[in-house]
Write a protein that binds this ligand. Sequence first.
Ligand SMILES: *[C@@H]1O[C@H](CO)[C@@H](O)[C@H](O)[C@H]1NC(C)=O
Ligand SMILES: *[C@@H]1O[C@H](CO)[C@@H](O)[C@H](O)[C@H]1NC(C)=O
Ligand SMILES: *[C@@H]1O[C@H](CO)[C@@H](O)[C@H](O)[C@H]1NC(C)=O
Ligand SMILES: *[C@@H]1O[C@H](CO)[C@@H](O)[C@H](O)[C@H]1NC(C)=O
Length: 453
Amino acid sequence: MALLKHFLFTTIIIALVTCYGTLQEEDPPATSIYVDDGGTFMSLINILSYLGATSHSLKVVNVNDFGAKGNGCADDTEAFNKAWEVVCSSGEAILVVPEENYVLRPIRFSGPCKPNIAVQISGTLKASDDPSEYSEDSRHWLVFDSIQKLFVHGGGTINGNGNIWWQNSCKRNKKRPCKDAPTALTFYNCEDLVVENLTIEDGQQIQVSFQDSLNVKVSGLNVTAPEDSPNTDGIHVTNTQNIQISSSVIGTGDDCISIVHGSRNVEAIDITCGPGHGISIGSLGAGKSKEFVSGVIVNRAKISGTKNGVRIKTWQGGSGSARNIQFQNIEMDNVTNPIIINQNYCDKKKKPCKKGKSAVQIKNVLYQNITGTSATDIAVKFDCSENFPCQEIVMQNIDLQCERVDDDAKALCENVEVSYLGHVNPRCNSERETMESGDLPLPHEKIHDMYDL
Ligand SMILES: *[C@@H]1O[C@H](CO)[C@@H](O)[C@H](O)[C@H]1NC(C)=O
Ligand SMILES: *[C@@H]1O[C@H](CO)[C@@H](O)[C@H](O)[C@H]1NC(C)=O
Ligand SMILES: *[C@@H]1O[C@H](CO)[C@@H](O)[C@H](O)[C@H]1NC(C)=O
Ligand SMILES: *[C@@H]1O[C@H](CO)[C@@H](O)[C@H](O)[C@H]1NC(C)=O
């Protein structure tokens, strides 16, 4: 992240010093095309600086010039493919999607490309909802694949048109076989990626996925799907390192944010979450797999009406670890399980879960400054493994109350080593677990060095 930040700052400074003058003097076509599409002067500066381009060298590629109709009806896929080829082979280029309505079949915007590419989505991209058009790759709709220095922004909307997939889901219709539906927007194998100011709605399954990527900055996303849409995780992070997700509003039928195997240095700041299943690390260790997640910070979140608040879930029989995790400054509003670790996760059909010999180790988790209400009387649930108890769990300044005034909030704790700092309510109640440890060295200091955000 430090690298990315450095990169952004230097390019902004260089651009402000070098491009600003150029822009004042000349009015090249690139500038005017961009401004016509509803951009502001400030965001033009942003793009130029991100791309390290001067106004002369920035190539503007408008999908309408490649035959896109944008009438909400015609299939615009070929026009987008052609425009992408030009953008990718040019570098220092911006793909412009004006404020119109485009209909797209699955598209893979593939690299490697010449570096420095922006995609400005001002209009609406709507998915074709004919499943037969997804026969080549039934798991993805829009994919950005193997691109370095990519900047996607524009205030537009990406609509997965997911209704047909939700209807056919085995969760809605028990007679149907369980099949995965497409992820609406995937960033795969990207590096130095910025995604800013977009609405993603009604994805077929996962709304946005960051996979196998490095140095990612995401902000200003509005991610929505109906509360009853199946498996519609908002933002999914898998095998991605150094990713910051900030100032985003997420409400779907599944996790607002899910962070799974291979993810390291993940920061989520200023997240508004709900409805949905909350912010989740895992599941990890399914099918006896060995999986790792480390260095997660969730700071300043407002979580409302969700099934979980902040959750870590792992399967019995897996191995690996989830460690160095901080949840801080979180406001819960009527959340069913505000704080939950479930190390005994298993398939609903197979309950009660069979105890495995191994488990994914959960270690060094800080819960700090968490307040608000729980929809049930169990506000804190640490359901940890007998053979691999949860270690170094620290709770500091926690005040969770029951939404119903006549109940006291409780904590359910199994096989967990917890220490408390400041006021903590509720607490685990066994003797060992309630030991005060005010002078316990906080094991979390390292996490800050890892970030340098
Ligand atoms: C994204 O939106 C924010 C807040 O409205 C704005 O300050 C920022 O300039 C926008 N970014 C781009 C690239 O348009
Ligand atoms: C997010 O998008 C939804 C659906 O398009 C819209 O109703 C809502 O107003 C948006 N919220 C924000 C905060 O932009
Ligand atoms: C709180 O959540 C519960 C269960 O999800 C729901 O039945 C109840 O209406 C909610 N209460 C408020 C005040 O929103
Ligand atoms: C926790 O909350 C207190 C009081 O609101 C605040 O002063 C402190 O900075 C918060 N801690 C963190 C780590 O943000």
